[in-house]
Write a protein that binds this ligand. Structure first.
Ligand SMILES: C[S@@+](CC[C@H](N)C(=O)[O-])C[C@H]1O[C@@H](n2cnc3c(N)ncnc32)[C@H](O)[C@@H]1O
Length: 272
């Protein structure tokens, strides 16, 4: 299959958008974000709606840390719109706001978080901070399971968490994300949120996306980073997150689309 075939994915996207626009609540998640399903042609021309708005009914911002993301320094790695918390990584404000909100919500429901792709720990830092800020000794303590294929990146992220006194909230794993998922499924692990941010190729995205419903609780959320990155449609570029999601999640009636935030596509596994 030619995963860079734009026409094929434009057709799939138009069909899905039609389904969403018919406003069947079983397909479109109830959300404040009214962003439409992005078409490949819109992604390529940079014409997508992806500003942060809350999903789970928190008014405005959850707490001061969440609000401060809207004014945090930018310019990490010399990219003008990447947030800068002193940790290398590639996240925009709208993405950081959504990750923090989703992690906070997972903690509120007492569910652990799964992350594929740790790197130097920027996204782990944001989500672990939400867990810490939510924590209350009387509530069940939740944690992040994060996996990276590189022992070096994992070690770097572990140092970041130690330096910021967040180690209690993160369990680090080294290995391949698909194998890790299979292991978790076999053990019966369940998560409230999954952040998919490892290798952005077609096969790895497909493998993760087709397994997520087996590790997410009913009502759990899946976030796919770089879903709306135009590189997904550049012929010789390895990215194909959009295509991997279209060929799995979109065909699976267990999922509802909950909007686009920065480059992140958010889906929910239907609550029972
Ligand atoms: C984009 S970075 C993750 C960024 C991180 N989530 C953040 O926001 O700070 C992708 C990471 O995925 C890891 N990776 C690549 N292929 C992988 C695989 N098959 N399984 C697990 N991790 C993988 C890389 O080593 C890299 O550190």
């Amino acid at each position: 299959m030619d995963v860079k075939n734009r026409d094929r994915y434009e057709d799939i996207a138009l069909e899905y958008r039609k389904k969403l626009d018919q406003s069947d609540p079983s397909v479109r998640g109830m959300t404040s974000n009214q962003s439409r399903w992005p078409l490949p042609s819109e992604i390529i021309s940079g014409n997508t709606e992806s500003d942060y708005t809350y999903t789970m009914g928190f008014i405005d911002y959850i707490d001061q840390f969440h609000r401060d993301i809207t004014t945090c320094p930018l310019g990490r790695n010399n990219v003008p719109f990447q947030i800068d918390y002193g940790i290398n990584g590639f996240l925009q404000r709208d993405e950081a706001l959504k990750l923090y909100e989703m992690a906070y919500y997972a903690a509120f429901r007492g569910h652990n978080i799964l992350e594929l792709g740790t790197n130097e720990g920027l996204s782990s830092f944001l989500m672990a901070t939400a867990l810490k800020n939510h924590s209350n000794p009387e509530w069940r303590k939740v944690h992040i399971d994060t996996v990276d294929i590189s022992p070096e990146w994992s070690a770097s992220a572990q140092k970041t968490m130690r330096d910021r006194e967040l180690s209690d909230y993160v369990n680090f794993h080294v290995g391949d994300a698909t194998e890790f998922l299979d292991q978790r499924i076999a053990e019966g692990s369940q998560y409230g949120v999954a952040f998919i941010d490892h290798w952005h190729g077609y096969d790895t995205t497909f493998e993760a996306a087709s397994r997520l419903a087996d590790v997410l609780v009913p009502g759990g959320f899946a976030l796919f980073h770089d879903f709306s990155d135009p590189n997904n449609f550049v012929p010789d570029h390895p990215y194909a997150v959009y295509q991997g999601v279209c060929d799995t999640i979109l065909k699976d009636d267990r999922y509802q689309f909950f909007g686009l935030f920065g480059s992140i596509a958010l889906f929910r596994v239907r609550p029972h």
